[in-house]
Design a protein around this ligand. Sequence first.
Ligand SMILES: NC(=O)c1ccc[n+]([C@@H]2O[C@H](COP(=O)([O-])OP(=O)(O)OC[C@H]3O[C@@H](n4cnc5c(N)ncnc54)[C@H](OP(=O)(O)O)[C@@H]3O)[C@@H](O)[C@H]2O)c1
Length: 264
Amino acid sequence: MNPVALITGASRGIGRGIAMELAKVGHDLVINYAGNAEAARLTQADCLAAAKSKIRAEVCQGNVSVAADRQRLVEFTRQTFGRLDLLVNNAGVAPTVRADILEAGEESFDRLININLKGPYFLTQSVARWMVEQAKAAGGGPSGSYRPKIVIVSSISAYTASSNRGDYCVSKAGLAMMTKLYAARLAEHGINVFEIRPGVIATDMTGPVKAKYDALIAGGLTPIKRWGTPEDVGRAVVAIAQDLLPFSTGEVINVDGGFHLRTV
Ligand SMILES: NC(=O)c1ccc[n+]([C@@H]2O[C@H](COP(=O)([O-])OP(=O)(O)OC[C@H]3O[C@@H](n4cnc5c(N)ncnc54)[C@H](OP(=O)(O)O)[C@@H]3O)[C@@H](O)[C@H]2O)c1
């Protein structure tokens, strides 16, 4: 039986990269998206084509900021696969307009907190309850055979102050604490929780600021002088999914070309 992964926001960008890498190592997939059904179906087809062994990949629409949609996503996974081994909270949005913190409005703040923080917080709660049930049924716990994982995709914005998108930074800083909270609570059930902090990754989200970051990277923003790719993030998730870090939980994995290093 293949392990099953549910990835939010897997139609495009980083989530798609994560789905592709998990497909290659034999995971069955639930590919979630918000509105772009065509992109989700393309990811589904590409994952099936990339898999080296037989996998299933199903698509499920759902807005992670809406409680009923989150419930439907979990129910869909339960009905379709009957188990879940990995939740990847990836779906997220940038502010529609980057606005100075002295000017930015509540509407953007509410949108970002709802999608980027409240959505994953409560989706993780629902999934964690189900994982605990599954762990108990499997005679689980830290030394059991059912060892599910939860991944939270935050950002270098969790600790980098960009005062022209404070709402985004606050939502990502919240995810950092969320990782610690769920890691502490779920360890006794053998469920390890990880925060992945991507740096500057080439996706639709960073498309509008490409020229700016081309120049910053060339000028030394990151010790590894290139854009990150969705595949870079996907490979970090595979390491977690394959239980290569069994004695780590609440851990931050920087996938950022060394952005977080202080250098002189
Ligand atoms: N790109 C970067 O440099 C970077 C760096 C650090 C962290 N991140 C984080 O990585 C994650 C993915 O970013 P990305 O660059 O891959 O973004 P992206 O290219 O804009 O893709 C966003 C994905 O999330 C989905 N999505 C958006 N809102 C959603 C919602 N309310 N419910 C469910 N799915 C939703 C989209 O679905 P549709 O296709 O249906 O719209 C799409 O699949 C985000 O959390 C982002 O903050 C990105």
